[in-house]
Design a binder for this molecule. Structure first.
Ligand code: UPG
Ligand code: MN
Length: 802
């Protein structure tokens, strides 16, 4: 400013016309997070690191002599937390946010009146269990895809049915019919979202003046049609309850071979598309392909990853889209521009040759108002993912992710001066060893629409059980096998090859899915994730050293992956730490010497620094305090249950090779927010440790307070330290308790019995620790305390002179 003082302002020539179709213009932009905020955050991180050093130094040099074991355990736990904090914190050094320019994309590749230049996208939907994943849920997802805002001949929707379920198959055929009316309606009025169940449950303001009368009429008509579709799909579900042994008869009266989901031939059926009939406006619709891969006993089908690989080959044969976008059956497209959003990155010259995937955050439609079990997972989706996006890219989280097909084929990103047709480099022989016998895989050629019968035959061939024998599917290419969470591993392999990924967060969420609503489903999911992580850490893909030799995985990205794989192990320390306050309260010992000297200061400063990092982190990420607090609570709930078991099982598997199952999470077929489903759960072993922790801490508080009142044997400073410690634990476990007690059927007797047994064991243990105190306490309690009360109140009452 000052340099310009007194100088006549020079007019800066404005560009004649703003050229959005200029190929030099980027299609997206990194929006660095306000540097003043970020810098404050970084300063506080460094301060916290220093303070942590002093704090730990004090802890190590000041053992509690009369409670050495307590002190040692607590110091070990604290060191473990400090260590895991480092791994969690440092990848968050330079988070980013991004912005896309859809208008530039349209001007450059999708001008009105000319054939669209946008690339072909194959959309994959996976469903596995018709009893947990209602066909209506899948139907809605499929409709949102068919109606997506993208050239119809450039989208194909593949549905993988791992349950080989008639109700899924037939409801797809109903859905295809309904799409002929639904898609033109969506496009005509540009409605959002384009999944009818969710469109019709949102409030439509019919009284708004701007609203078109013909819209009202058509909307009512569509709603009626959709209700009819629902009735028909529900009828199919009901019909499927009674299945004969010989198999099904399909709608067109041809028999369907077998009905055993574990033993059946591969099946593909195409609906809509080029010669599948036009919609009510006379336009073509995207092709919809039902795929149920072959299943035979004795084969390892590799769960979801196997299904994805089968789809990848089938789609390579039939359409060979350059990009693949996969969603779980419950994750419908909520923003019809989502595909174009992804293309803003994939088509951008700055990114196109090195971006393996564009990941959207997982968002949910059915989370209860208070998000009791941290389903929204904001600390992950809005903090960690934005942070790794600033390094080498977000993790792949299994759904709402658009892949570059070449990256899935295991190729390296194309560098400067590299040959684009990489597949040509492979000899015939190594090609077979890699991709199997089908010659159509691996290359980037567009499929002709003719000759569909021959292509279908080839597609059936590539989804057979033995196709992958002696190939690199699941090992080097496609979705990775051998992990309960194939997703993170698949993305990790790409990052190791030097690809980058991108996090795409349009303001209207791209996809919405169904979160597990009750505690047992939620813990089951947390368990599968944690087990997948542990498994990865102990496998040959261990992020600590896997791919170190080629040096393409950036250091902080590696740290983030290590943190993602190792976090379940902190649960062992967490368990110990949550039991400590109870032990402290009943034994009268504490993990620190007196809180009064310099230690008290470090302790306080340390907590302030933790609080400051949290506040600043919430500030740059825009996450609310409540969301953060829910994640924090779930860290303790999941840590003392799901993750703890996963960590133990992971170690167990290392020695015994026994795997865990992929139990599909149940999906409700409407928005059952705050419904009774929230309270339904099955009792599992997962619930034992947090239940015991709560009980013993509550008992400890009662014991500690009462004995201090009567007995007054210790300093109030130490007592309040212990109480805060115990309350900290209980407050974190509160949503868990609510889930446990709030259920409709009451606590199963087995839980109560086990709790009593374990509480007694705990008491015995404690009596062994300090039998003298027990006697003293009992005497005091039953003796003087009761007599005191009697003396004070009761005796006075009796003395009352009538
Ligand atoms: O043998 C199987 C098992 C599962 N699935 C499908 O996999 C998807 C994910 O299953 P779900 O039970 O919904 O798991 P979530 O815990 O909700 O899923 C998250 O975590 C998984 C990894 O554990 C990822 O694969 C998912 O994409 C991600 O949404 C569903 O569409 C299933 O139909 C199959 O296709 N075949
Ligand atoms: Mn899910």
């Amino acid at each position: 400013m000052e340099a310009n003082a007194g100088v006549v302002a020079v007019e800066i020539p404005t560009p004649e016309i703003y050229k959005a179709d200029d190929p030099q213009q980027p299609l997206s932009r990194v929006m660095p997070i306000s540097s003043s905020r970020l810098n404050k955050y970084r300063v506080v991180i460094v301060l916290r690191l220093i303070i942590l050093g002093f704090y730990l130094q004090y802890r190590y040099t000041h053992p509690v002599n009369d409670a050495y074991a307590l002190w040692l355990v607590s110091v070990l736990c604290e060191s473990c937390f400090a260590f895991s904090w480092l791994f969690d914190q440092f990848p968050k050094w330079s988070p980013v946010e991004r912005e896309t320019y859809l208008d530039r994309l349209a001007l450059r590749y999708d001008k009105d009146g000319v054939p669209s230049q946008l690339p072909h996208i194959d959309m994959f939907v996976t469903t596995a269990d018709p009893s947990r994943e209602p066909p209506l849920v899948t139907a809605n997802t499929v409709l949102s895809i068919l109606a997506v805002d993208y050239p119809v001949d450039k989208v194909t929707c593949y549905v993988s049915d791992d349950g080989y379920a008639m109700q899924i198959f037939e409801s797809l055929s109903e859905t295809a019919e309904f799409a002929k009316k639904w898609v033109p309606f969506c496009k005509k009025y540009s409605i959002e979202p384009r999944a009818p169940e969710f469109y019709f449950t949102q409030k439509i303001d019919y009284l708004n003046n701007d609203i078109d009368l013909s819209f009202i009429k058509e909307c009512r008509e569509m709603k009626r049609e959709y209700e009819e579709l629902k009735v028909r799909i529900n009828a199919l579900v009901a019909k499927a309850q009674k299945v004969s042994e010989e198999g099904w008869t399909m709608q067109d009266e041809t028999p369907r071979p077998g009905n055993n989901p574990r033993d059946h031939p591969g099946m593909i059926k195409m609906f809509l598309g080029h010669d599948g009939g036009l919609d009510t406006d006379g336009n073509e619709l995207p092709c919809l392909v039902y795929v149920s891969r072959e299943k035979r006993p004795g084969f390892n089908h590799h769960k979801k990853a196997g299904a994805m690989n089968a789809l990848m080959r089938a789609s390579a044969v039939l359409t060979n889209g350059a990009y693949i976008l996969n969603v779980d059956c419950d994750h419908y497209i909520n923003n019809s521009k989502a595909l174009k959003e992804a293309m803003c990155f994939m088509m951008d010259p700055a990114y196109d040759k090195k971006t393996c995937y564009v990941q959207f955050p997982q968002r949910f439609y059915d989370v209860d108002l208070h998000d009791r079990y941290a389903n929204r997972n904001m600390a992950f989706f809005d903090i960690i993912m934005k942070a790794v996006d600033g390094i080498q890219g977000p993790f792949y989280v299994g759904t709402g992710c658009c892949f570059n097909r070449q990256a899935l084929y295991g190729y390296d990103p194309v560098g400067e001066g590299d040959d684009v047709e990489i597949s040509l480099l492979l000899s015939q022989q190594s090609f077979r060893k890699r991709f199997g016998l089908c010659p159509l895989l691996g290359a980037a050629t567009v499929r002709e629409k003719t000759n569909v019968t021959a292509l279908l035959k080839e597609a059936i061939n590539v989804i057979s059980c033995d196709y992958e024998d002696e190939t690199e599917w699941g090992e080097e290419i496609g979705w990775m096998y051998g992990s309960a969470t194939e997703d993170v591993l698949t993305g990790f392999r790409m990052h190791v090859r030097g690809w980058i990924s991108i996090y795409c967060m349009p303001s209207r969420p791209g996809f919405l899915g169904c979160a597990p609503i009750n505690l047992s489903d939620r813990l089951g999911q947390a368990h599968r994730w944690a087990f997948g992580s542990v498994d990865c850490l102990l496998s040959r893909h261990c992020p600590i050293w896997y791919g170190l030799y080629n040096g393409k995985l950036r250091f902080l990205e590696r740290v983030a992956y290590i943190n993602n794989a190792a976090y379940p192990f902190t649960s062992i320390a967490l368990l110990a730490y949550c039991v400590l306050p109870a032990i402290c309260l009943v034994t009268g010992k504490f993990i620190t010497p007196e809180i009064k000297d310099i230690y008290g200061m470090w302790f306080l400063i340390f907590f302030i620094s933790i609080f400051a990092t949290v506040v600043l982190e919430l500030q740059w990420s825009g996450v609310s305090f409540l969301d953060w607090w829910r994640s924090e609570q779930f860290w303790v709930i999941g840590g003392t249950s799901a993750q703890l078991f996963a960590a133990i099982q992971g170690l167990f598997k290392l020695f015994t090779r026994i795997d865990v199952n992929f139990n599909v999470t149940s999906k409700a077929d409407d928005q059952k927010v705050n419904s009774s489903e929230l309270y339904i759960f099955k009792w599992t072993w997962l619930l034992v440790p947090p239940t015991i922790i709560t009980i013993i801490n509550l008992a400890g508080i009662v014991f500690g307070v009462s004995s201090a009142i009567i007995y007054g044997y210790e300093s109030w400073g130490l007592l309040s330290g212990k109480l805060i410690f115990a309350i900290w634990v209980i407050v974190h476990l509160y949503p868990f308790l609510k889930g446990l007690l709030g259920r409709e059927n009451g606590i199963p007797t087995s839980v109560i019995l086990w709790s009593i047994v374990l509480a007694m064991l705990f008491a015995l243990l404690w009596i062994r620790v300090d039998p003298f105190m027990v006697d003293k306490w009992l005497e005091v309690n039953i003796g003087s305390f009761v007599r005191n009360i009697y003396d004070k109140f009761f005796a006075k009452l009796l003395d009352f002179d009538f």
